[in-house]
Design a protein around this ligand. Structure first.
Ligand SMILES: C[S@@+](CC[C@H](N)C(=O)[O-])C[C@H]1O[C@@H](n2cnc3c(N)ncnc32)[C@H](O)[C@@H]1O
Length: 265
């Protein structure tokens, strides 16, 4: 039987993202932007990969698309079901892995992911799977974090304190258009990029740090890993708060994200 070489890594991701739900208030506005950028329309068959609490899936379903959505984390899928029920839309949610999508070849008109597929540890496998379930001529679209802006810099800072496994490429490479072009390669045409801005309330750098330490997997893991090294943890927190302050003005942390879209050949 096929043995996933990243089983332990993915188990960590599944557990690490369990508390992400409160951040859906921040990812809701960019979800609307991505769904528009992807050209989602009524009747289209859409797959939202690494859907979290379903903000993209619900946005697409509200436009009349027929939406399926998948995520590793069962607690987030529970919230996603609630979100769909509140919005009175039908969405098929599935617990699963972006690197082994449980869907037939060429099932979808649009495959979409917001700040999600980038956490698959093997980009080539992730791309292969997302394109496999997409119809020829269908559209792939996703949002990611540029390495030189806030979240990208934060991920790099986290990696300096707690390096990822040697065989997992840095997540932020997905925010570099050159790397994205290389990864999608000749399997796509009409590759385009656009940036949009995400704005997050920030009463103080300490408030923002406290929120993301309690919700975002890489930060949760870091705080656990450094729990017996208080000096290191304090140093990390100072560096993170400085970074937050650099991107914050008038109680708003502003950061651009990268949207990518292309058609499958
Ligand atoms: C930053 S959250 C984004 C969630 C959602 N797309 C949004 O915009 O609110 C990252 C998501 O990726 C999911 N994830 C991480 N690795 C995954 C994998 N290998 N397969 C499927 N989902 C994964 C996590 O469980 C989490 O829900």
């Amino acid at each position: 039987m096929h043995q996933d070489p990243f089983t332990t890594f993915k188990a960590g991701q599944r557990e690490g993202w369990a508390l992400f739900a409160p951040l859906e208030t921040l990812t809701t506005p960019p979800a609307g932007a991505l769904v528009a950028y992807a050209g989602v329309s009524a009747g289209a068959r859409v797959l939202d990969v690494a859907c979290g609490t379903g903000v993209v899936a619900v946005s697409a379903a509200r436009l009349g698309a027929k939406v399926s959505a998948l995520d590793l984390a069962p607690t987030l899928l529970e919230r996603a079901h609630q979100n769909a029920a509140i919005a009175a839309v039908d969405i098929e949610f599935t617990e699963g892995d972006v690197e082994a999508l449980p869907f037939a070849d060429a099932s979808f008109d649009i495959v979409i992911s917001q700040f999600g597929h980038m956490f698959g540890p093997q980009p080539a496998v992730t791309v292969r799977e997302m394109l496999r379930v997409l119809k020829p001529g269908g559209r792939i679209a996703f949002s990611t974090w540029p390495p030189e802006l806030f979240t990208g810099l934060m991920f790099s800072l986290v990696s300096r304190y707690v390096p990822p496994p040697a065989n997992v490429p840095a997540t932020v490479l997905w925010g570099d258009p050159g790397v994205v072009a290389e990864r999608l390669g000749s399997a796509v045409i009409d590759l385009e990029f656009e940036r949009d801005v995400m704005q997050s309330p920030c009463l103080s750098p300490q408030h923002y740090r406290t929120t993301i330490e309690a919700t975002a997997a890489p930060l949760l893991k870091l705080v656990q890993s450094l729990s017996d090294q208080p000096a290191q943890l304090a140093q990390f927190r100072r560096e993170l708060e400085n970074l937050i302050a650099r991107f914050t003005q008038q109680n708003v942390l502003r950061q651009h994200f990268l949207m990518t879209r292309a058609h499958k050949r």
